[in-house]
Unconditional design. Structure first.
Lengths: 368, 550
């Protein structure tokens, strides 16, 4: 199957600043792709390139195998929901939704019917004559969606569409947004800095970091099999421990990592099992990234246990995590899923791998 | 990440077209004036330098402007403190009345002062009567009269700027100073005054530039006391065009130098951003003090209104009926009937109205397009465009008029010069360019507040450049434009300084007619014209003021 939308080798710089480097992505028909990254990751620029507000320095954008790189925003016919909605304050709700239809010279009767249909879609029937300043933030967000969808765009672009809503409303709007988009079946690109939003709304998530695409995949894939140290650290909680590979490893191959070897003599080193994200040689220095649910607090003397001091609990509601300062890694605080008794603050504890969680992953340390 | 956000479809062609038009109409005439002034060597500069009268005029222009700044500050700043920092009965109404002089066209203000404080004005008649003097007690003329008029019309800049700055003052900052043990005096000099610096410099700049370009007051009151603006007009009237051009170049250089100096002073100001709440007004509580404030306040307001009232009264005095009496013996509407029944008297009003309307509309469109291009281009190009739009403000009106007279009195289409002087084109064009800084500035202010995402949203919805401009940009910057529009219209309507250089008999505006009525002692007619100008200006403010709030 060839991709519905294809970005190939996109580069973009502003002056001296390289904002996007060699971004390539394929998006299937009807798919929702979330572009996830911190501010400065290039995700907004990627969206603006897609919308046609900026032109890439190199690379091409193809829609259904047609090169649209040279087209401006007016000709692309995409719908976009802006971060602050960008509703026209001098127009009513209905006039906002009708704006794109008038620009495309629809017949008057058709426009009226379409506006009604769109307002119904976002559950705002009867709000057509309201001023946009007279409705709530959540309603404004839905008007922005209705306005973007009204001219039957071939692609929907969402720029942090929920970031202006308060947290309670965001949860609900997320589901509504996804179901509205899925009902229409429109291919969608969503930009966000919120993992939960990306995972909830997107079918797949593309993680961007400093202008590079780190990894694309479903949420569970990114969580369980991060391909880069950035993704491993960025998605979900984890602890990174520096150790030595005990044998050579192929990508996705099994490898044992020796931890705590360089620590003081009375601390015996331990070996933990992991999976290599990239090839590693025997004896090479590696970073081991391990999820809290792949660790357990144990008693002294159990094999594979690293000694530490219990600092406290991070409580998230359903689950609690123990925060442990490891003797062999004095600059690190390890997070361990807590399912037994809570130790006393300052108490000596041991941290060991536990089966069942995601297998810890091994990366080549980035040169400092 | 902040990427330079440019609205979609910004085209080089549009930027170039706007830049060419501005360079042609604003920059080119000034350049031609300089070129013609130095044409064939500097001997006209030499001629200028050898005449003591020229040096005196230059010196007069400079010291009158500096003295005007000082006097306007002395009157305006204390008034701002009184009306912003204390509370007493009638404060709001009186506070608004205090800004009245700024809406009076310069020439109208001048003739009102003649009727009020001149040698046959009310005040001197009153003094003469009371003291039973043979002759009028004083003559209103020379530098004193010019400064009086300047102070009256320009203290408003200080008054308005400082009041605005006091409103923005953060009350918690004063409390902080007090809690650190600073006395009121110390707080004033160390905290409040530095925060007012930008307002004082801004008002000072405006007063200096206005005084330097002031023409009406020196023209009417000057007599033998010459300043550069009157000197230019006199030289041109005497047919010494090149000398006039030299004088214009020198005056323009002085204006630009003043602008540069004050802008440098403004550069380093650090003012706390207005996040706090303005300090409480000190309510005047004791009954005696309240009464005192009220009396002084109303007294000042009447003083400010006296010129307007005098003008109104004189406009009802038939020509030749008022000789030595304290009050005019006869009042009638005959002057107004004359104005509207005599086609030759009506013509200046029709002229002023159509020319001001056309000029304002043109200035609005050009200002908006230039502002849009300036913001789109950004960087140096944007700044250059903004500077071109503001240039007619920095150049004294007389100089600018002379530059237009220089550029457009030659028929050379291949040099983009046309024979427009003496045709009905030149005055509306001059008004347009004089209004351009006003409309351009308000357009830039409005566009800066416009969220670029709105235009992007329109583009992504399929709206082309024209539709985005008319359906999104124009409606949204309208409030800002409308505020500039009223001021631009009033400026064009009451213009005297450029008109006197460029008018022809058939295109003479109201101001020229007022000056000639004054010359032939038809005071009633001059006053009636003045009143009509005043009413039209007030109406423009009211109509557009309402449009702004809608």
């Amino acid at each position: 199957m060839s991709a519905y939308l294809e970005l190939r080798g996109l580069h973009k710089s502003f002056g001296e600043t390289r904002v996007l480097e060699d971004l390539s992505l394929e998006i299937g028909d009807g798919e929702i792709l979330a572009l996830l990254g911190l501010s400065g990751s290039g995700k907004t620029t990627a969206l603006r390139l897609l919308a046609g507000f900026e032109k890439p320095d190199a690379g091409e954008i193809k829609l259904e195998d047609r090169d649209i790189t040279a087209l401006g925003p007016v000709e692309r016919g995409f719908g976009m929901v802006f971060q602050h909605y960008a509703l026209f304050p001098h127009l009513s709700v209905g006039q906002n939704v009708a704006f794109g239809l008038e620009a495309r010279k629809w017949a008057k009767a058709k426009i009226e019917a379409r506006v009604e249909e769109m307002l119904e879609l976002v559950d705002l029937s009867g709000y057509g004559d309201r001023k946009v300043s007279a409705i709530s933030g959540g309603q404004q967000q839905r008007v922005a969606l209705a306005r973007a969808l009204a001219p039957e765009p071939t692609l929907l672009l969402l720029d942090e569409p929920l970031s202006n809503l308060d947290p309670a409303l965001r949860e609900k709007t997320r589901s509504e947004l996804r179901s509205a988009v899925k009902r229409i079946g429109i291919t969608t690109v969503l930009v966000t800095h919120e993992q939960e939003e990306a995972f909830h709304v997107g079918d797949r998530v593309a993680v961007l970091n400093r202008g590079h695409l780190e990894q694309v995949g479903a949420a569970t894939e990114l969580y369980r099999n991060p391909k880069t140290p950035f993704v491993a650290g960025f998605i979900g909680r984890s602890t990174t421990l520096r150790g030595t590979a005990e044998g050579p490893a192929a990508p996705e191959g099994e490898v044992w990592v020796r931890l705590g070897a360089s620590a003081s003599l009375d601390q015996p080193s331990v070996s933990w099992e992991a999976r290599a994200a990239a090839p590693a040689e025997a004896g090479a220095e590696v970073d081991l990234v391990v999820r809290p649910e792949s660790l357990v607090l144990t008693e002294a003397g159990r094999p594979g246990g690293l000694e530490g001091r219990f600092l406290g609990v991070r409580f998230t509601g359903a689950l609690s995590y123990a925060r442990v300062e490891l003797v062999a890694f004095p600059d690190r605080v390890a997070e361990v899923l807590l399912d037994g008794d809570t130790p006393a603050s300052g108490q000596r504890v041991w941290v060991a791998p536990r089966g069942g969680g995601p297998v810890p992953r091994v990366f080549t340390p980035e040169p400092v | 990440m902040s990427s330079p956000r440019r609205p979609a479809g910004a085209s080089l062609g549009a930027a170039l077209a706007i830049a060419v038009v501005l360079l042609w109409l604003v920059g080119y005439p000034l350049l031609l004036t300089v070129v013609e002034a130095v044409d064939g060597g500097f001997h006209h500069f030499q001629e200028f330098a050898e005449r003591p009268g020229e040096w005196r005029a230059l010196f007069n222009s400079l010291w009158i402007s500096l003295a005007s700044v000082a006097l306007a500050a002395i009157v305006g700043v204390p008034l701002a403190f009184v009306f912003e920092r204390t509370d007493f009965p009638g404060r709001r109404v009186l506070g608004a009345l205090m800004a009245l002089p700024v809406a009076l066209p310069p020439l109208v203000g001048v003739i009102a002062f003649i009727f009020l404080y001149g040698e046959s004005g009310f005040l001197s008649r009153l003094v003469q009567q009371v003291l039973s003097l043979e002759k009028p007690p004083w003559r209103l003329g020379g530098a004193g009269a010019i400064l009086l008029v300047h102070t009256y019309s320009m203290y408003v800049y200080f008054y308005l700027f400082v009041r605005a700055a006091l409103v923005r003052l953060d009350g918690s900052m004063l409390e902080a100073a007090a809690s650190l043990g600073a006395s009121r005096r110390r707080t004033f000099f160390k905290v409040i005054l530095p925060q007012l610096r930008p307002a004082l410099l801004g008002a000072g700049l405006l007063t200096f530039m206005t005084s330097l370009g002031s023409f009406s007051a020196p023209y009417i009151f000057g007599g033998g006391f010459r300043v550069m603006t009157t000197q230019i007009v006199a030289s041109k009237a005497n047919g010494q065009l090149q000398l006039a051009q030299v004088e214009a170049v020198i005056l323009a250089s002085l204006a630009l130098l003043g602008l540069w100096v004050i802008r440098r002073l403004q550069g380093e100001d650090a003012v706390a951003s207005a996040h706090g709440i303005a300090p409480e007004r000190r309510a005047v509580k004791s009954p005696a003090a309240r009464a005192g404030f009220a009396v002084v306040g109303w007294g000042l307001a009447i003083l400010m209104l006296l010129p307007h009232l005098t003008l109104l009264l004189i406009s009802f005095v038939p020509i030749g009926t008022w000789t030595v009496e304290l009050l005019p013996p006869e009042l009638s509407l005959v002057n107004y009937r004359d104005l509207f029944s005599d086609p030759e008297r009506l013509r200046p009003m029709v002229n002023s109205l159509w020319m001001a309307s056309v000029a304002t509309a043109g200035a609005l469109l050009l200002g908006l397009l230039a502002a849009r291009q300036s913001i789109r281009s950004g960087g140096r190009t944007g700044a250059a465009l903004e500077g071109l739009v503001a240039l007619p403000w920095a150049i004294p009106g007389t100089v600018f008029a002379l530059a237009l007279a220089t550029a457009f009195s030659v028929d050379a289409p291949w040099l983009l010069r046309f024979l427009w002087v003496g045709t009905p084109i030149i005055l509306p064009l001059a008004y347009l360019l004089r209004c351009l800084p006003i409309t351009g500035r308000s357009a830039i202010a409005g566009l800066r507040r416009l969220d670029p995402a709105l235009e992007e949203a329109a583009a992504s919805l399929g709206a082309g450049a024209l539709r985005r401009f008319w359906r999104v940009v124009v409606p949204l910057v309208r409030p800002a434009l409308v505020a500039g529009l009223g001021l631009a219209f009033i400026t064009a309507l009451g213009d005297f300084v450029t008109s006197i250089v460029l008018y022809t008999f058939t295109t003479r505006p109201i101001s020229i007619e007022i000056a000639s009525a004054l010359r032939v002692q038809e005071f009633g007619i001059a006053a009636a014209y003045g009143v009509l100008l005043m009413i039209l200006s007030a109406a423009a403010f009211l109509v557009w003021g309402r449009g702004e709030s809608a």
